[in-house]
Design a protein around this ligand. Structure first.
Ligand code: SIN
Ligand code: FE2
Length: 214
């Protein structure tokens, strides 16, 4: 049986800095529906390992939904209305995705957030995302909303300079992180994913990152 005090602890809200918080368990109840949407979306815009400008294959596999999608190739990073793999527009962003992201943003005071893009990251054990700033968006007043599903990961939360040693936070299935305002340009990343089995996703961690681009 679920212990009520444990449950309350799992749903903690942890401030990460000004205008930034980890909302523990914020997406737990929607998780199964989110995962089935991911499966549906990636049936038409499949996960792929993009290349960086320098030609390095990213260890995280990616897809998108929404009116814009984040893409990387030898010409650099950008947002594109079309999936370069299929030539078609990215799949529609499910209403559940949009409402969850808006609700999470609102809960720490970002009342006008409407995401245009949802980057879908797929991590398998060994995959990582090195420290970076989200800087391909023109609208820097809007926060970033990030949803974790499946295997746990270690979130690296740094400072405004790449050299700042990051703090480490565990992100588990259902956790949501929101950062904006004074924390919008913080360096962040994901440490190498450990082996594991999650009942809903087996050896996979999914992450949904919602952005307002323009
Ligand atoms: C990202 O920074 O785009 C993704 C972070 C995550 O996977 O939690
Ligand atoms: Fe990021």
């Amino acid at each position: 049986m679920m212990q009520p005090d444990l449950f309350a602890d799992e749903r903690r809200t942890l401030p990460l800095g000004p205008d930034a918080a980890l909302l523990g368990g914020f997406a737990t109840e929607s998780a199964e529906a989110l995962i089935s949407h991911i499966q549906h979306i990636t049936a038409s815009s499949p996960f792929r390992h993009m290349e960086t400008r320098s030609g390095k294959r990213m260890s995280v596999a990616m897809s998108n939904c929404g009116s814009l999608g984040w893409v990387s190739d030898r010409s650099g990073y950008r947002y594109d209305a079309l999936d370069p793999l299929t030539g078609n527009p990215w799949p529609h962003m499910p209403r559940l995705f949009r409402e969850l992201a808006e609700h999470a943003a609102r809960s720490i005071g970002f009342h006008n957030f409407t995401p245009e893009a949802c980057l879908i990251n797929q991590y398998r054990p060994g995959a990582r995302l090195s420290l970076h700033q989200d800087m391909d968006e023109q609208d820097r007043t809007a926060p970033i909303v990030s949803v974790s599903l499946g295997l746990p990961a270690t979130f690296l939360w740094g400072g405004h300079h790449r050299a700042c040693r990051p703090k480490r936070y565990s992100l588990i299935h259902g956790d949501v992180v929101v950062w904006g305002g004074a924390s919008r340009m913080i360096f962040h990343g994901i440490d190498v994913l450990k082996e594991g089995k999650h009942p809903l996703t087996e050896d996979v961690r999914f992450n949904l990152t919602f952005r307002k681009v323009r």
